[in-house]
Write a protein that binds this ligand. Structure first.
Ligand code: ZN
Ligand code: ZN
Length: 692
């Protein structure tokens, strides 16, 4: 500071500028203190005061900035402009606009720096009348001829939704600047008119204007949302010719574009070739992998960003959270939640919604509720995440209540995803009346037409209630071709209620739609088996073998201490196999069987067919993969923690019964996620109500 004193006010100005560029409030404030101390008596010279006002305004401290302005006996348009532009940049549009009349009352005229900031403020306020007034002012003052002013006005009209005004203004521009072109293109993409952005780019080129990075990004975003692969990749060559391929923003847009077009390898190539990568680059590539079913690579890259010391952003965390699903994703999800809390972004609406979604998908409905309840702001995505969590649990009554709350209290209108969740909750919870009412009234009430997913839910709903014929009638009246999930729902209903004839029809349709899926053959064969029609059952199996369809081997897995333990039926390969066998044979077989028998359980060997094709013996039912996984869980996971098991196929009936009893006998919560839904076992009962 001694040297500053020696060199005088210029050095102070330099220090204040440094505070702005390094965004150091500490430096700014201490310099201000030094100025007051050393330049006694007040007031601070006008030019230094301007620097200080600018510093406080840019660092988002409007009050001291305003105080300095009011202390200035003859404030200049420069100080006002500094305050206005600071407010506009820091998302305080009302403050910026309120300063404008003050400026006019001080007998000052705004200049070509003041107006763009005011127009920017009006744009973020999205108030059409203010927009029109400011445009009129720019016309009267003659400032509209300034390139920055007119470009800002075009942008403002786009943002306030006055699109025809924006177009007129743009067309009237005598010399269209690249800033104005970019405003047109960027806003077209944001407003959901990507085609308009593409055509603007072509007009820009025919006007012999040179695009810059913003134009390239807008064009790539447009191609990404239209999935115009060829157009985007042509632009890629153009970008290379123009020498913009090393630009990090353009590179990020390319990564995003290739990712949206499902070209992961191309996206990765662009990412790897970027010499400077910022957090957006990392985030983009993580999203590309996450959205193209490469969750492991996405997580790998996420860990790399952590190792490089990047602070996770809300966007990065919410995208990586979408990769955590199933029970094995829970540990990952929990650690991400902790990271979100530490980075103070757990309150962000995107992160919050992603957390609700993750907990719902992992079957931790209480945690999902906790995050949901703690959110200060909720959007449709948040509500949908919560509803789909309840749907996966089959908790129809809560789902219906939350849906009601969403419409009444939240004022949020449902979309197709909402209704699918709600319908599947009704189906799984066996709420026939509410479900059918929803289905019949959805077009009239919400203007939403059912598609395949919804039809599948209705068929499921009716099928569970034993109304397979009615379900079949609805399928036949469908305006589109029924999908695998629709016929699958019917086949499953036929399995539950032993409707062989209709089951065969559904199965034939499925064999045609999805000839290589073994599950449908197994289901049909089981329908015949449970009806005691062994010949037909065996013939379906034979058919399956003749066409060369291999049954997907049933396996269950359980995560313990960051390791995934996989079990197959009759599996003896696990390192703790002896103990697992012991667990079932001695502990459970001997003890539990006695207790089970007392509680009314006898093994149901009919279900053995689901997993085993060999001759069935009672003891082999005890070797099903989910039972082995459960035994391992009982051995390892301490009392008080829920045991979470995943299964790739539908959980079999015998295992379902057995796990129900075990949950009561050992007094633990056991959650099984099969390929259809969650089963939450507690006190000898399952959340599915034996209806799955
Ligand atoms: Zn089983
Ligand atoms: Zn169940």
């Amino acid at each position: 500071m001694a040297s500053l004193l020696a060199t005088g006010p210029q050095a102070f100005a330099g220090a204040v500028e440094l505070a702005v560029s390094s965004r150091s409030l500490l430096l700014g404030r201490s310099t201000h203190a030094q100025i007051i101390k050393s330049l006694y008596p007040p007031p601070v010279p006008s030019f230094l005061s301007n620097h200080l006002i600018n510093m406080y305004a840019k660092l988002d401290l409007p009050s001291p900035a305003f105080l300095l302005l009011s202390l200035d006996p003859s404030p200049s348009v420069v100080s006002f402009t500094a305050l206005i532009s600071g407010a506009a940049q820091n998302n305080r549009p009302l403050l910026a606009l309120n300063l404008f009349p003050l400026l006019l009352r001080s007998s000052l005229r705004p200049n070509d720096f003041t107006l763009p900031s005011l127009l920017k403020a009006a744009a973020s306020l999205r108030c059409p009348s203010t927009a029109l007034q400011l445009h009129a002012f720019s016309l009267k003052s003659g400032l509209i001829s300034d390139a920055f002013v007119i470009s800002a006005a075009v942008n403002m009209y786009h943002k306030t939704g006055l699109l025809s005004h924006a177009r007129h203004l743009f067309d009237e521009m005598p010399r269209k600047t690249i800033v104005a072109w970019n405003a047109v293109m960027t806003n077209a993409v944001l407003d959901g008119f990507p085609e308009a952005a593409v055509s603007a780019f072509i007009r820009l080129r025919s006007a012999a204007e040179n695009p810059n990075e913003v134009s390239f990004c807008a064009f790539l975003n447009a191609c990404a949302s239209l999935e115009y692969f060829w157009l985007g990749s042509q632009l890629h060559s153009f970008i290379i010719r123009f020498g913009f391929d090393t630009n990090v923003s353009v590179g990020n847009a390319l990564v995003d574009f290739y990712g949206k077009c499902a070209c992961v390898a191309e996206a990765r190539q662009v990412f790897d070739s970027l010499s400077t990568k910022n957090d957006v680059s990392w985030c983009s590539i993580i999203v590309v992998h996450a959205q193209n079913a490469e969750e492991e690579e996405a997580f790998h890259l996420y860990l790399a960003t952590r190792a490089k010391g990047f602070i996770p952003t809300d966007f990065m965390l919410s995208s990586i959270l979408t990769t955590c699903s199933g029970l094995s994703g829970l540990n990952l999800g929990l650690s991400l939640h902790a990271v979100a809390v530490r980075s103070c972004i757990d309150g962000n609406i995107f992160v919050g919604s992603a957390l609700v979604d993750m907990y719902g998908k992992c079957g931790s409905i209480e945690e999902a509720e906790q995050v949901f309840d703690g959110m200060s702001e909720r959007n449709l995505v948040t509500w949908n995440a919560m509803l789909s969590g309840y749907a996966a649990q089959g908790n129809a009554s809560v789902a219906l209540r939350v849906f009601d709350e969403m419409r009444r209290g939240g004022g949020v209108e449902p979309n197709y995803v909402t209704l699918v969740s709600l319908m599947s909750a009704c189906a799984r919870g066996g709420r026939l009346k509410e479900g059918m009412e929803l289905f019949e009234k959805m077009e009239e009430r919400y203007g939403i037409k059912p598609r395949n997913e919804l039809y599948a839910c209705v068929v499921d709903l009716l099928g569970r209630a034993g109304m397979e014929e009615k379900a079949y009638e609805i399928i036949r009246k469908m305006p589109m071709k029924p999908s695998v999930s629709v016929w699958g729902a019917l086949l499953n209903a036929c399995r539950i209620h032993g409707k062989e004839k209709l089951g065969r029809i559904a199965a034939e349709e499925l064999f045609e739609l999805d000839p290589h899926d073994s599950g449908n053959h197994v289901l049909l064969s089981n329908i015949f088996a449970s009806a005691g029609r062994w010949e037909e059952s065996i013939s379906v199996r034979k058919e399956m073998k003749d066409v060369g369809i291999k049954k997907e081997p049933g396996c269950s897995w359980i995560t313990w201490k960051n390791e995934i333990h996989v079990f197959q039926a009759k599996d003896t390969r696990h390192e703790r196999n002896a103990e697992i066998q012991c667990c079932w044979r001695i502990l459970l077989l001997a003890d539990l069987r006695r207790r089970m028998a007392a509680a009314g359980y006898t093994p149901d060997t009919r279900f053995a067919l689901y997993e085993l094709e060999d001759e069935e013996k009672e003891s082999e039912v005890y070797q099903h993969s989910e039972k082995l996984a459960l035994a391992f869980g009982l051995l390892c996971i301490p009392q008080g923690m829920a045991i979470r098991i995943n299964k790739n196929l539908r959980v079999c009936g015998d295992c379902h019964e057995a796990i129900k009893f075990v949950s009561g006998i050992v007094g633990r919560e056991i959650i099984v996620r099969d390929n259809v839904r969650f089963h939450r076992f507690r006190d000898c009962r399952c959340s599915c109500g034996d209806y799955w």
